[in-house]
Write a protein that binds this ligand. Structure first.
Ligand SMILES: [Zn+2]
Length: 705
């Protein structure tokens, strides 16, 4: 026993020496003192080298061995498995059970009645993938669809966006009482349901067009990674861009109309039996005929019977207690529930999360404790509408708003090798530094690969014979830098960011992912196409782990509100320009908001300087602790007391998922969306609320001494 300990101590010292020598030429970690930065880099090397792709592959195989929709016995088994993994890693963990109103199909049927007969839906089937033969495969349905038996003629409405219905109206085609067929893509499917309902549709068919993620994009599964003819995209149509995580008693966040998802082989029977005007060129899809908009002659019968049932769902929460600041918490989370097997979505994320936990467990065994607490969360009920994370965040609101430093999210983590990230402006530099310290399996670092791809894409946009669209001060493409995007919606970070005002971060490696939400999103697809060696799962575990370790151990929290203030100034300018283009320049007074954003930039700049001065002293500098406590509060200044217009659950003044995109980020949503609707009085109120929020944030930062 003793000898073994000695041996371990010697190897640890040797290891740390080697790690130290590896890390000396790297820049100081943002927020760390010089000495602490070197030690942290040593720790990170130890963490990164303890991760293992073969183990990741075996975790993934276990997690994806059976369909595990939220609230099912199989879902419970994945919760038990994840719990056991955390406990094996030496991390205290437990299952937290919540009751959720989940949506279940009772009857899912559609038939083409005329001009020819076709009875649907057809089963999902690919001969060489054994999941095709599992009798327990869940049916393809849209959670929270309305119920009904409808017989009606069909109209094709492209992507089902408001602009598509405007076009149909201009052609004199009425939607009222009809069944509308639209293709997936461009926005969240719940937005399509809402827009169809707003236009009086009786029913909605959602299908995956081969142009978007089928044979037009590349070889379909199993020859390639794209959607096979029978593959169906399931998914929720809950109006989660209004309220996620719950079914509102007044029904305001669920559609009333029945909706059904279709494969393109089934949808083709309907689409090729539409006449009326030919669809415009940008409405044409990838099926081998000219698309017409209808009306009819295709007549479809939809028989959809859905029920809402209260079921338990199971979050698994693992906690590493911070040695010095246990009440300051770094959260890392991913959902575990899947529409079917969850190969990419979400269990590539769960695999990365568990492999990260394994690495942290290795550090714990070597005697390390983080300065702050790290909580690792495996959410349930995400696919239905973020039920697990929203309920948990609500329950633990006081602790979280009192001490959460940041929430780090992965949903699906690996569908290929292209790095994507989104975060708040205050963490963009931090995230880039993390990505510059993790090797990319294809060579270089994750950041250098992302830069290389960005520059290749930009070069491709240079068209011979045409001048380039350049900004005011174009810089050489070779110097362009990858920058994370803004936070939108449709995944678990909304519970923390949009509702509680906790800085969040989201990452993935994306790719040719044509099996999204179908039964073919499984272990075999991952082995054939997504990440055959599981090297990208390890890369994601490293990214998550490094981000968590740095935020947990840092001396001064690396939250840069100067960058935040500058971005807000840019967004205000953008809306002002939009009004100018509309000829409505004088309608809103931007001056107070501009001044308040300027105050934030100023106060944050001063705080950044104080932070640097503290770090030059030492980690024990008086004032550092108080500064960190203040920094933890600043993001919450951006929460609007009354929430966003028409959707009070979303409270963040600076970002939200768009009401008509559902996933994509809208900056200054309260102002932008009221301006778009021509509601200038409301827009002015929102500008006032933003101004108050900016003043509050600036005052907090100015109180740093
Ligand atoms: Zn997901």
């Amino acid at each position: 026993m003793e000898r073994r300990c000695n041996f371990l101590a010697v190897t640890t010292i040797l290891f740390l020496l080697t790690a130290h020598s590896l890390s000396v030429d790297k820049p100081r970690l943002q927020g760390f003192t010089v000495d602490h930065s070197d030690a942290e880099r040593g720790l990170e090397e130890q963490f990164m080298s303890s991760l293992d792709a073969r183990r990741a592959r075996s975790i993934h195989k276990t997690l994806t061995s059976e369909p595990h929709i939220a609230g099912s016995p199989a879902d419970r088994r994945t919760a038990e498995y994840v719990l056991q993994q955390f406990l094996k890693d030496g991390i205290e963990a437990q299952i937290e059970t919540f009751e959720a109103v989940l949506s279940e199909p009772r009857r899912i049927k559609f038939d083409l009645l005329s001009p020819v007969t076709f009875l649907g839906p057809s089963p999902e089937y690919v001969a060489s993938d054994q999941v095709s033969n599992n009798v327990r495969n869940p049916p393809a349905f849209n959670a929270y669809s309305g119920s009904g038996n409808i017989v009606a003629p069909v109209v094709y409405a492209n992507y089902g966006l408001p602009v598509d219905y405007q076009f149909l109206q201009s052609k004199g085609i009425s939607i009222s009482g009809k069944i509308v067929i639209v293709r997936y893509g461009r926005c969240y499917r719940g937005v399509k349901a809402r827009v169809a309902e707003e236009h009086g549709a009786a029913g909605l068919l959602l299908y995956s067009d081969p142009q978007d993620d089928g044979y037009h994009a590349g070889d379909p599964y199993p020859k390639g990674p794209w959607r096979p003819a029978s593959g169906v995209q399931r998914g929720s149509v809950l109006y989660e861009f209004i309220t996620p995580g719950t079914v509102e008693p007044d029904g305001s966040n669920v559609p009333r109309l029945p909706t059904l998802p279709l494969s393109y082989s089934d949808a083709a029977h309907i689409l090729e039996n539409l006449k009326g005007p030919a669809a415009p060129p940008d409405w044409q899809g990838g099926l081998p005929f000219t698309y017409h908009v209808g009306l009819g002659p295709a007549v479809v019968r939809m028989r959809v019977q859905m029920s809402q049932v209260v079921r338990p769902i199971w979050n698994v929460i693992a906690k590493i207690r911070g040695a010095q600041e246990p009440d300051e918490i770094v959260l890392v989370g991913n959902h575990r529930d899947a529409w079917a097997y969850g190969g990419v979505d979400p269990n590539s994320g769960t695999t990365s999360l568990l492999e990260m936990a394994r690495g942290l467990g290795t550090l714990l065994r070597s005697g390390w404790r983080p300065r702050r607490s790290i909580w690792i969360c495996s959410w349930d009920g995400e696919e239905m509408g973020e039920f697990g994370s929203v309920a948990w965040a609500q329950k633990h609101k006081a602790e979280l708003q009192g001490g959460a430093v940041a929430y780090l999210n992965v949903d699906y983590a690996v569908a290929g090798n292209r790095f994507f990230a989104a975060t708040v402006p205050s963490l963009k530099k931090f995230l880039s530094q993390v990505a510059s310290d993790v090797p990319d399996p294809a060579g270089g670092t994750v950041l250098s690969r992302a830069n290389q791809r960005l520059r290749e894409d930009l070069r491709q946009k240079l068209t011979p014979g045409r001048p380039a669209d350049a900004g005011e001060e174009p810089q050489p493409i070779g110097r362009e830098e990858f920058e994370p995007g803004n936070l939108g919606g449709g995944t678990d970070y909304i519970a923390f960011f949009d509702h509680l005002g906790i800085p969040a971060l989201d990452m993935k490696f994306d790719g040719s992912y044509g099996v999204y939400h179908s039964i073919f999103d499984d272990h075999l697809w991952m082995l054939k196409f997504g990440d055959p060696t599981f090297a990208y799962h390890v890369a994601m575990a490293r990214l998550l782990g490094l981000a968590a370790l740095r935020l947990a151990d840092t001396d001064a929290l690396p939250l840069d509100y100067r960058a935040y203030g500058q971005d807000i100034e840019t967004y205000l300018e953008g809306i002002r320009n939009k009004l100018a283009l509309l000829g409505d320049s004088g309608r809103l007074d931007f001056q107070p908001a501009h001044e308040a954003a300027g105050e934030l930039v100023q106060a944050a700049g001063d705080q950044n300087e104080r932070s640097s001065a503290y770090l030059l002293q030492n980690a024990q500098a008086p004032g550092l602790h108080d500064m960190n406590r203040i920094l933890i509060e600043v993001e919450q200044s951006f929460l609007l007391p009354g929430g966003l217009p028409g959707r009070p659950w979303y409270r963040h003044a600076v970002y939200a998922p768009g009401t008509y995109s559902g996933y994509e980020s809208v900056a200054l949503p309260g102002i932008e969306e009221t301006v778009d609707a021509g509601e200038y009085e409301k827009a002015q109120q929102q500008l006032g609320a933003l101004t108050a929020a900016l003043h509050h944030a600036a005052r907090l930062l100015a109180s740093v001494r």
